[in-house]
Design a binder for this molecule. Structure first.
Ligand code: 9J3
Ligand code: ZN
Length: 264
């Protein structure tokens, strides 16, 4: 790791390394029973097997309405293999609303850093949140509640609250051009536009995608999520090259908005 950044983990990234199905770290996993925790519904912790690279940042990820951990499970090993501890959770009930999902993401992070068997592998000052649909709405709620979070990524997020000027957490909003459940015009676009202009923020609209695109392995979601998490949880400016200048529209990117260069 570089002397000037104690949080940097892993080798210098390339386009190939952030697009790969797995990063440089081997991944282990452990399941957390709902019966053993309170405030959320249990889940699976994915973590780098090695203990020779020090502690890692950590991320909790919530599924959407009526959905289970399995719907976002692909992100566990995909992100953990890049050097994060990743907790994909179930919610208390599959009908919980975004504000509850936000509280549950925070309860999961608290469990992860204070009680879990991998707590010694985590730097509890470097935490982030992600989620799909109402879990993405919950991601915004969690960041609003806990401004010390270092990164937030709602994936085709859904929330009745369209305005998020309170956020102080660098946020990557991911929408899908063909989403008819959480249309970008009613959800992701107003979420992004309402974030403070002073905040490091970005809006990635997936091309040829729909509400459920984040429920399967997706390289565009992965590469920009990895870059955002590395840049803001690990302060790893080696990943700035993938975020700035802003990515251009392509076969998989309908539109990308953001403010560059990033400052936090
Ligand atoms: O979590 C989601 O998929 C939210 C979209 C939804 O069904 O909202 C309607 C209440
Ligand atoms: Zn609001």
């Amino acid at each position: 790791q570089a002397a000037d950044n104690p949080y940097e983990r892993g080798p210098a990234p390339t386009v190939a390394s952030i697009e790969a199905l797995r990063g440089p770290y081997s991944v282990s996993e452990t399941s957390v029973s709902s019966l053993a925790v309170s405030g959320f519904g249990g889940g699976t912790i994915y973590y780098p097997t090695s203990t020779s690279d020090g502690t890692f940042g950590a991320i909790a990820i919530s599924p959407g309405f009526t959905a289970y951990e399995s719907s976002i499970a692909w992100l566990g090993p995909r992100l953990a293999s890049q050097g994060f501890v990743v907790f994909t959770i179930d919610t208390n009930t599959v009908y919980d609303q975004p504000d509850s999902r936000g509280d549950q993401l925070l309860a999961a992070l608290d469990y992860l850093t204070q009680r879990s068997t991998v707590r010694g592998r985590i730097d509890s000052t470097r935490l982030g949140v992600m989620g799909h649909s109402m879990g993405g709405g919950g991601t915004l709620e969690a960041a609003k509640t806990r401004p010390s979070l270092q990164a937030a990524i709602p994936l085709t997020g859904w929330n009745l609250d369209k305005t998020w000027p309170e956020l102080r957490t660098p946020t990557l909003v991911v929408g899908a051009d063909g989403d008819t459940v959480a249309s970008v015009s009613s959800h992701s676009e107003p979420f992004y536009e309402s974030l403070p202009a002073s905040l490091d923020k970005a809006y990635l609209e997936l091309n040829n995608a729909n509400h459920f695109t984040p429920n399967s392995s997706n390289t565009t979601i992965a590469k920009y999520s990895i870059s955002w998490l590395k840049r803001f949880i690990d302060n790893d400016t080696r990943y700035e090259q993938f975020l700035c200048p802003l990515p251009r529209p392509s076969l998989t990117i309908e539109e990308y908005r953001g403010n560059c260069p990033h400052t936090s």
